[in-house]
Design a protein around this ligand. Structure first.
Ligand SMILES: Nc1ncnc2c1ncn2[C@@H]1O[C@H](COP(=O)(O)OP(=O)(O)OP(=O)(O)O)[C@@H](O)[C@H]1O
Ligand SMILES: [Mg+2]
Length: 336
């Protein structure tokens, strides 16, 4: 992976929220897709992820929020190396992931997916599904693996005697627990959760969120938690990163962002869930219009067409991500 900090000066120097000791450090990560436009067949570039930087400490949770299509899953895929990033640098405990073997990487980072139905193989028994990452990595005798799987099943709230059952015999919430046990089999340091509860019944969501929090304590896990649900973010995040069209518009400690959001887009997201504000009397911003196409993003500040504060220069000037108090904000009209 090559780094393009020099080519994207706005991203340089944005690792400002960290005092070191990060489990994960991400610098100017991007993923661009070359695509053919629907009409005319011309080529275009979708900047699905466009220079994102952040840090994550041991045992902490970074929530990634933003509307559908803003690049959250692309970020997850680029971090997991499922999609090779177009540019940027990722370090785990100070080591570039380019220098970490695939085998070792599985012990560093694992992912839990949104859909517990399609993310497990229906033809395999639960025990095989959970053990698989370790079997692929060549670990353990059949007996020790079975024991380990049953211990993990217990840890995630599944009955160990169900080890030889097939996934269709489990509910959605239980299948998400299977996915979690599978991810934990490698004893990762970082777990990426991409909308882990949004496909589940409301009544089950809180149980799985509570389980995630218990597991975080038990295994000192660091989470990247992707979600639309700001009440969940408020519940479990240490820091919050708000994305818009592949870029970070605001990133900082959860308390500051919920008590005093700065970017108009963050304000709009929080206005759509009024119960999550930490303080009364917040300025309400109702989000107008739809997310523009990432194939033809607006000039200047990508948010200007929907922004109630937009002035003329927002149409032409690209805001840099600047430190405002204890967070970074990309807006021409937010100043310290
Ligand atoms: N393989 C691909 N080729 C071209 N464009 C892609 C590809 N994968 C994703 N995109 C585009 O990149 C943008 C970001 O997609 P992504 O799936 O990361 O969004 P998201 O924030 O996860 O959305 P959601 O909340 O709906 O899950 C979207 O415009 C999407 O259409
Ligand atoms: Mg997604």
């Amino acid at each position: 992976m090559r780094t393009r900090s020099e080519e994207n000066p706005s991203a340089a120097g944005s690792n400002v929220l960290s005092a070191g000791n990060d489990v994960l450090s991400v610098d100017n990560l991007g993923k661009h897709y070359e695509v053919k436009k629907l009409f005319g067949g011309e080529k275009g570039t979708v900047k699905a992820l466009d220079g994102v930087s952040f840090q994550l400490k041991k045992g902490e949770t970074l929530a990634v929020v933003g509307e559908s299509g803003c690049g959250k899953s692309t970020l997850a895929k680029a971090l997991m190396q499922v999609e090779s990033p177009s540019f940027g640098k990722v370090e785990i405990n100070g080591q570039s992931i380019a220098d970490i073997s695939a085998q070792e990487f599985r012990h560093k980072m694992q992912m839990v997916f949104q859909d517990p139905y399609s993310s497990v193989n229906p033809r395999k028994k639960v025990g095989q599904i959970i053990a698989e990452p370790k079997v692929v990595n060549g670990g353990g005798t059949a007996k020790s693996l079975r024991r380990e799987v049953q211990d993990l099943m217990q840890t995630v709230g599944l009955r160990p005697e169900y080890i030889d059952r097939y996934p269709h015999m489990f509910s959605g919430g239980q299948r998400q627990r299977i996915g979690l046990a599978r991810a934990l089999m490698m004893r990762p340091e970082i777990l990426i959760c991409d909308e882990p509860v949004s496909a589940l019944d409301i009544s089950i969501q809180a149980q799985v969120i509570n389980l995630l929090m218990e597991l975080q304590n038990k295994f000192s896990l660091s989470y990247i938690f992707i979600t639309h649900d700001l009440s969940v973010v408020r519940h479990l995040a240490d820091s919050v990163m708000v994305m818009y069209l592949g870029k970070v518009v605001e990133y900082g400690p959860r308390g500051s962002i919920f008590a005093d959001p700065q970017h108009p887009y963050t304000k709009a997201l929080l206005s759509s869930t009024p119960t999550v504000y930490d303080t009364e009397a917040q300025e309400e911003i109702i989000l107008q219009g739809e997310l523009p196409s990432p194939l033809e993003p607006p000039s200047g500040c990508a948010f200007h067409k929907r922004c109630p504060w937009a002035k003329d220069n927002c149409k032409t000037d690209v805001p840099s991500l600047d430190m405002i108090g204890d967070r970074v904000v990309a807006c021409l009209y937010v100043k310290d």
